[in-house]
Design a protein around this ligand. Structure first.
Ligand code: HPA
Length: 236
């Protein structure tokens, strides 16, 4: 039976579309609360993965861990060993623009980064990690029909959470970057290199300049809204 160093499904199928929350317990929560006929496909390193049904379609959900090294290795194995064709990261981000309020939903049309991950591709320039238009437009349509406002734009996928120089974030914000998180540029690059689709969306869990933070209960509620937006797209 097929396995990789980090994923051992023991014969449980993995769907063509995988939702990737950072936290494996979030993956479990999604499987238990939104999917039916759930089977667990991974326990390696407690990076839980599940496959189930939504609207009559098979959908998988798995933790990605934090940061580009973790998220991109799971993306790579899901695509190259298990034939996954669509990756949808669902996470949280730190707002960097005034128009962003806590619990708003940000969609990464593109992801800038301070990571060197893309250097491995030895491109003669700077690669711009970009969302799948098909997934992005489907989420935009779904948001419109549900009456949910989206902020779509560039995000920063940073290797650094505790920043030595806070003015770094100001410079990204000056370029119109909406928010900071830690995985998307890696996932988009792995997907682009493999010719598959990826999208990342986030709820705003804190704001770098407004100094606001959320409780875990509030985060859970806004996470629910994001799930209800993304599941119909994942199950198309
Ligand atoms: N920085 C990086 N990643 C994040 C943040 C942040 O402030 N908030 C949520 N994910």
């Amino acid at each position: 039976m097929t396995s990789t160093p980090h994923i051992n499904p023991q014969g449980v199928p993995i769907a063509k579309t995988v939702l990737l929350p950072g936290d494996p317990l979030r993956a479990q929560f999604i499987a238990e609360n939104y999917l039916s006929d759930v089977q667990q496909f991974n326990t390696v390193r407690n990076m839980f993965g599940f496959t189930g049904m939504f609207n009559g379609r098979q959908v998988s959900v798995m933790g990605s861990g934090m940061g580009i090294p973790s998220a991109s290795l799971y993306a790579y194995e899901l695509i190259h060993t298990f034939g996954v064709e669509r990756l949808i990261r669902i996470g949280s981000c730190g707002g960097m623009q005034d128009q962003l309020e806590l619990f708003d939903i940000v969609v990464a049309a593109s992801a800038s980064t301070d990571s060197h991950f893309m250097h491995q591709y030895k491109l003669p320039g700077t690669f711009a990690p970009t969302a799948s238009w098909s997934l992005l437009s489907a989420v935009a349509q779904e948001a419109e029909s549900q009456g949910i406002q989206l902020h779509v734009g560039n995000v920063l996928s940073s290797d650094v959470f505790y920043r030595h120089d806070p003015s770094d974030a100001q410079r990204w914000a000056q370029m119109g970057v909406l928010a900071v998180e830690m995985e998307t540029a890696g996932i988009y690059s792995v997907a682009a290199h493999a010719g598959v689709e990826a999208l990342a969306l986030f709820t705003v869990s804190d704001h770098l300049f407004k100094g606001e933070e959320t409780t875990s209960e509030q985060r859970q509620k806004s996470f629910t809204q994001m799930m209800e937006l993304v599941l119909p797209v994942a199950a198309r």
